[in-house]
Design a protein around this ligand. Structure first.
Ligand code: G6P
Length: 363
């Protein structure tokens, strides 16, 4: 219990450590004033030969990979994310100009190691983005980038997801500059949003209403999460976290896909959590109205200044205003807290959910 630092669970402690862990991830790596990026092992030009990027990962790390490929792809460098277990059996073509990035907190996940080995055998260049120095992924890959989140004990990954996304954004900027040959147009905005992130997360931790929202929707049949673009992966991650630790049924959907099937499941007993970033909000708002019309309660995770969303939602979990590509990290912190409180109210064994392991070393 001493290790929990006064918190009831490691998960809650680790959620609260995020301002500190994010500062560690960022330390010395980016200067918003000049737009400079300084990644220890990756000076400018490191990735000049690369023409496309593939991310391979499992679970929460897969969701971080999806955010990473969105970030890079939207800045002009072809990028895709694959589930490592699938990549290991049906890998797309690679060559020496392909960078395959294994995103793995532990650096020991068997599926991710298999995918990386397959990529290497195909001639790709490999890079591990991991929390653990000396891990198998860090040793076996051509290069490693460390996310510096500090040890994570709770089986449900929290602070490592946030640090993975920040690391992939910095790595993404380096890649785009090297390959596309120029800084992204919004580089300085992204870097200053990242610099503000630790304080913004602290603000969420200080003022969250997630425990009240969890209580209000406690006896629901299912919990749905929707998001679009950079926060589609956050919807997936919100649902994964929720089911992992509360044992309640939860699913994440691309907001635009609801009407192509999942809408049939929506009832007054299925609250829908809709994630907004300030980009594509109008479309997601119309998806939110579609589920409301079917009687579902809607909880928006959105900027406190967006009055229209606030007006339509039954509840709002607010996030500070920031760059749309960084907003997802903040929204995810609210969803981590929501899952935590939902599970705590159901008295679940939060740090060791049944049937799950922190690191899965079998395929
Ligand atoms: C397990 C954990 C998840 C984690 C996944 C990938 O399933 O329970 O929380 O996201 O492995 O782990 P990795 O160490 O590769 O990030």
């Amino acid at each position: 219990d001493a290790g929990k630092g006064g918190y009831d669970h490691y998960m809650l402690k680790e959620i609260h450590e995020q301002p500190t862990s994010l500062r560690q991830t960022l330390r010395g790596r980016a200067d918003p004033a000049t737009g400079d990026i300084a990644l220890e092992d990756f000076p400018p030009g490191t990735f000049e030969e690369i023409s496309r990027v593939q991310f391979v990962a499992c679970g929460t790390s897969y969701h971080a990979g999806l955010v990473g490929s969105h970030f890079i792809g939207s800045r002009g460098l072809p990028a895709q994310t694959f589930l490592a277990s699938e990549y290991a059996v049906s890998a797309p073509p690679v060559d020496e100009n392909t960078l395959v990035v294994g995103v793995t907190q532990s650096g020991e996940t068997a599926d991710t190691l298999s995918a990386l080995r397959r990529a290497e055998a195909g001639g790709a260049r490999t890079l591990a983005v991991t929390n653990v120095v000396g891990s198998t992924a860090a040793r076996e890959c051509d290069d490693a980038m460390f996310i510096r989140a500090g040890p994570e004990i709770g089986v449900a990954a929290t602070k490592t997801f946030s640090s993975q996304v920040v690391s992939l954004s910095l790595l993404g900027e380096r890649l785009v500059r090297d390959v596309v040959g120029r800084r992204s147009d919004d580089t300085q905005d992204v870097l200053s949003a990242l610099a503000d992130l630790p304080d913004h997360v602290q603000r969420i931790l200080d003022y969250t209403k997630a425990h009240r929202v969890a209580k209000r929707y406690r006896d629901s049949d299912s919990y749905f999460f929707i998001g679009r673009g950079s926060v589609f992966p956050v919807a997936l991650e919100g649902a994964l976290k929720f089911k992992e630790i509360s044992y309640e049924h939860a699913e994440g959907f691309a907001a635009g896909e609801l009407k192509h099937g999942p809408l049939a499941l929506v009832t007054p007993a299925t609250p829908v959590f809709a994630v907004f970033t300030g980009r594509h909000d109008r479309k997601t708002l119309s998806n939110m109205k579609e589920v409301e019309a079917r009687g579902a309660p809607v909880v928006a995770v959105a900027s406190e200044t967006n009055e229209e969303i606030v007006q339509y939602a039954d509840d709002v979990l607010t996030i500070p205003d920031t760059h749309p590509d960084v907003a997802g990290i903040l929204a995810n912190v609210q969803l981590q807290l929501l899952s935590y409180h939902a599970a705590a109210q159901l008295d679940r064994p939060i740090d060791k959910p049944r049937n799950l392991a922190k690191s899965v070393t079998v395929e």
